[in-house]
Design a protein around this ligand. Structure first.
Ligand SMILES: *Cc1c(COP(=O)(O)O)cnc(C)c1O
Length: 432
C-alpha cells in the first residue's frame, strides 16, 4: 500500500483554496438564455441564500418561500442540522458504489420500512414487512416502481400482467416510463412513442378505474393528492374502494408519495389518512431536505422481485444522501414537524377561506396539510408574479391553481402573511 499523503480530514474544514469567480445577477440571467436549454421558464431572479422559510435574492430582496423548491425543503433553507449533517458526512464519506454496504443506507431503509409498516398496521390493520430501494429523484422512483410491479407479475407470479393504470391529471416525472405514466398530453407531446402498457382513468372515480382493469393489468399507480395536476383531493372513500378493487382483481396498488410524503399532508405518509395499506409507495422531494434522494418502499413479496442485477443506480442511496435523510427524519420527529404541517395547513386553509372565500374569481380553496391550492378564474400567472412583488413565493399547479407547499417549519405569522399577500395579489390582478 503506498504511503498516504491524504490523512483524515481536519475537524473544521479549511477555507476553500479554490473559489470560482462570482457572477452578477444580470450576467446569470442573460447567459442562461445562451447556455441552457430553454426547458424552464425561469423568473428573472437569482437566490443567493435562504434563512428558514425565507429566500434572499442576489439584489437583497427577501421573500417568504411558500414553494420550498416545490415541496422539497421541508426543513426550510439552511437548517443548521441539515448544514451540519452535510458537512459532517462529506468529511467522512460522500460516495461509494453499491458494491458495498454503506453505514446510512441500511439504517435509513430500516427507519423508512418501519414507519411504513407501522402506518399500514395503524391505518388499515395490515401487518406486513417492507423493503426499500433507493434512487435519486421522484421520476426514478416511478421508474423503479414500474419495473418492480412488472417484474413481480412476470417473475414472481409467472403471468403476463404488464398493463398499468394511472390517472388523468397525474404527474409522475419526466423519464420515459414516468412520462408515459403521466396521463397529460402536455408532458408527452412530441416524445412519442411512449412506453407501452399504460392506461388512463379518472382520478377519484372508482368506476373509471375498474373499467380499465382487465387480465393484462398488474398495477394501479397514483398520487394520494394530485400535486402538479392542481392539488386535487379524491372524494372520501375512494381509496378504500380502490384498495378493495385492487385486492379483488389481483392488482398491485402503488402510491406516488413523492410530493405528499414525508410529512407534508400532516401525516408522515398521506395514505395514513385514507384507511388503507398500499403494496408500494415511493418518496423523493422532501426526503433529503434538498439533497437528491428517493426511495421505493414495497411489501416484501413484491420487493423480492428485484433480485440481484435486475435494477440499480450508481448514486442511489449513497452515504451522504442517506445520512441526510436520517437527519431530516430525526429533526422532523424531534421538532414535531408533521403535526406542525397538519396544524399550520388547517390554519392556512382557514386564513385563505377567510380572506378569499367569497371573492368572485376564486373557484375553490382546498388541500391537505401544508399542500394547499387556490383555484382561480383569470390570469393565475399574473397573480403569482404579483405575489412575488409582495414578497411571497408560490407556484402554479395545473392550469389555474396557486399552490402553497411551504417548509414544514412555518408558524402562524408566516401563514397569515402568505394568506394576506395572496388575497392582496388576487384583488390587484383580478379585481376587488
Ligand atoms: C415531482 C414529482 C415527481 C417527479 O420528481 P422528480 O424528482 O422531478 O423526478 C413524481 N411524482 C410526483 C407526485 C411529483 O410531485
Amino acid at each position: 500500500m503506498p504511503a498516504d499523503s491524504f490523512r483524515a480530514p481536519p475537524a473544521v474544514a479549511a477555507p476553500a483554496s479554490y473559489v470560482p469567480t462570482a457572477w452578477s445577477q444580470d450576467a446569470i440571467v442573460q447567459s442562461a438564455a445562451r447556455y441552457l436549454t430553454p426547458s424552464y421558464k425561469n423568473a428573472p431572479l437569482v437566490f443567493e441564500r435562504g434563512e428558514g422559510p425565507y429566500n434572499i435574492a442576489m439584489d437583497g430582496t427577501r421573500y417568504l418561500d411558500f414553494s420550498a423548491g416545490v415541496a422539497v425543503n421541508g426543513l426550510g433553507h439552511n437548517h443548521p442540522d441539515l448544514v451540519a449533517a452535510i458537512a459532517d458526512q462529506s468529511r467522512r464519506l460522500i460516495h461509494q458504489s453499491n458494491y458495498w454496504h454503506n453505514a446510512h443506507a441500511v439504517p435509513l431503509a430500516a427507519e423508512l420500512c418501519t414507519r411504513f409498516e407501522q402506518a399500514c398496521l395503524a391505518t388499515a390493520g395490515v401487518a406486513l414487512q417492507a423493503r426499500a430501494f433507493f434512487c435519486n429523484s421522484g421520476g426514478e422512483g416511478t421508474e423503479a416502481a414500474v419495473k418492480l410491479v412488472r417484474r413481480y407479475h412476470s417473475r414472481v407470479c409467472n403471468h403476463a400482467r404488464p398493463g398499468i393504470v394511472t390517472c388523468k391529471g397525474s404527474f409522475h416525472g419526466r423519464t420515459y416510463a414516468a412520462m408515459s405514466a403521466t396521463a397529460n398530453a402536455k408532458y408527452q407531446d412530441g416524445f412519442e412513442p411512449l412506453v407501452p402498457g399504460f392506461r388512463y382513468a379518472e382520478f377519484g372515480d372508482i368506476a373509471s378505474i375498474a373499467a380499465q382493469i382487465d387480465d393484462s393489468v398488474g398495477a394501479v399507480l397514483l398520487e394520494v393528492v394530485q400535486g402538479e395536476g392542481g392539488v386535487c383531493v379524491a372524494p372520501p372513500g375512494f381509496f378504500r374502494d380502490l384498495r378493495q378493487l385492487c385486492t379483488e382483481r389481483g392488482v398491485l396498488l402503488g402510491l406516488d408519495e413523492v410530493q405528499t410524503g414525508f410529512g407534508r399532508t400532516g401525516t408522515l405518509f398521506a395514505f395514513e389518512q385514507e384507511g388503507i395499506a398500499p403494496d408500494l409507495i415511493w418518496l423523493a422531494k422532501a426526503l433529503g431536505g434538498g439533497i437528491p434522494v428517493g426511495a421505493v418502499l414495497a411489501r416484501q413479496e413484491v420487493a423480492l422481485a428485484l433480485q440481484p442485477g435486475t435494477h440499480a443506480t450508481t448514486f442511489g442511496g449513497n452515504a451522504l444522501v442517506t445520512y441526510v435523510g436520517r437527519v431530516v427524519l430525526g429533526v422532523m420527529d424531534r421538532d414535531g414537524l408533521v403535526d406542525n404541517a397538519r396544524d399550520m395547513g388547517a390554519y392556512l386553509l382557514q386564513r385563505l377561506r377567510a380572506a378569499l372565500g367569497d371573492h368572485p374569481a376564486v373557484r375553490d380553496i382546498r388541500g391537505r396539510g401544508l399542500m394547499c391550492g387556490v383555484q382561480l378564474q383569470g390570469d393565475v400567472q399574473a397573480v403569482i408574479a404579483q405575489c412575488r412583488q409582495l414578497g411571497l413565493l408560490v407556484s402554479l399547479a395545473g392550469s389555474d391553481v396557486v399552490r402553497f407547499t411551504p417548509p414544514l417549519i412555518v408558524g402562524r405569522d408566516h401563514v397569515e402573511f402568505a394568506a394576506a399577500q395572496l388575497a392582496a395579489a388576487v384583488r390587484t390582478v383580478l379585481g376587488p
